[in-house]
Design a protein around this ligand. Structure first.
Ligand SMILES: C[S@@+](CC[C@H](N)C(=O)[O-])C[C@H]1O[C@@H](n2cnc3c(N)ncnc32)[C@H](O)[C@@H]1O
Length: 242
């Protein structure tokens, strides 16, 4: 191993859902690059690994990724692009110094992860850099396990969608698919409850907060949900069980 960037899925929060491969790579890399959504905030990915990975002798490289909407097919906002560029430069400096860098990311890197923004930026600057992706357990798999409900079976069609974008797109998706996984629901929960009620889908929707964690919660009747919910919350809408 040398001069390699590992983009590592660390699961949705339960340390037991960190894979052996993720754990062993995190232990062997000397630099851990951690994504943060705000300059003074904490990295959720780092908080997931801190009790299971020995971090004492490692360099922790904090990377700031502004939490703003990114629409595929359009150029990102200037602050967002600047954040990605600076993050890429900081990682490249460590790779050029002969170090291996691990970039832990919540859940699986394939699903709404900053890991791919970093990857695109790095490869755009330096196509020769070696980048390895390590899959992790996604929140959607863990939420499905928590509520013992399949995500898709037989000829089911599945959609995974962030709830923070256009309500027209959400409505269309909720109508068209058999199972719909709604992520990033915490800030728009009231609007979502209204939309699900309007489409007569409240009975098919279950919200899982902090899946696999000690304070995990399951809400089967969203109409009764009144308290604020955590960022780690996902709704599974499944129109038929079997
Ligand atoms: C930026 S996305 C990252 C998804 C992640 N890459 C994955 O594979 O699960 C963040 C969203 O994932 C979901 N999420 C992450 N951890 C969760 C958890 N422990 N319980 C429930 N949902 C979670 C929430 O919907 C949250 O808003």
């Amino acid at each position: 191993m040398n001069n390699t960037l590992y983009i590592i899925g660390v699961g949705p929060g339960d340390p037991g859902l960190l894979t052996f491969k993720a754990h062993s790579l995190l232990e062997s890399c000397t630099v851990i690059a951690t994504p943060k959504g705000s300059k003074n905030g904490n990295s959720t990915a780092l908080s997931i690994i801190q009790h299971t990975v020995e971090l004492e002798d490692k360099t922790i490289l904090e990377l700031y990724f502004p939490m703003k909407k990114v629409r595929m097919g359009t150029k990102p906002d200037r602050e967002v692009e600047k954040g990605w560029q600076e993050a890429a430069q900081a990682v490249l400096a460590n790779l050029d110094a002969g170090k291996d860098v691990a970039f832990p990311t919540l859940g699986d890197p394939a699903i709404y992860s900053t890991g791919y923004y970093l990857y695109q930026m790095i490869i755009g600057l330096r196509p020769d850099v070696r980048v390895v992706f390590v899959p992790g357990i996604s929140a959607l798999s863990s939420c499905s396990a928590t509520i013992a409900t399949p995500i898709c079976l037989g000829d089911d069609r599945l959609a995974v969608i962030p709830a923070t974008f256009s309500s027209d797109k959400l409505r269309e998706t909720l109508l068209d698919f058999d199972t719909i996984v709604l992520m990033k629901v915490h800030k728009v929960i009231n609007e979502l409850k209204e939309l699900l009620a309007e489409l007569d889908l409240l009975d098919c929707a279950v919200l899982v907060e902090k899946t696999g964690m000690t304070d995990e919660k399951i809400y089967t009747d969203l109409s009764k949900l009144t308290e604020p919910i955590h960022y780690f919350s996902t709704i599974i809408v499944r129109k038929h069980f079997l």
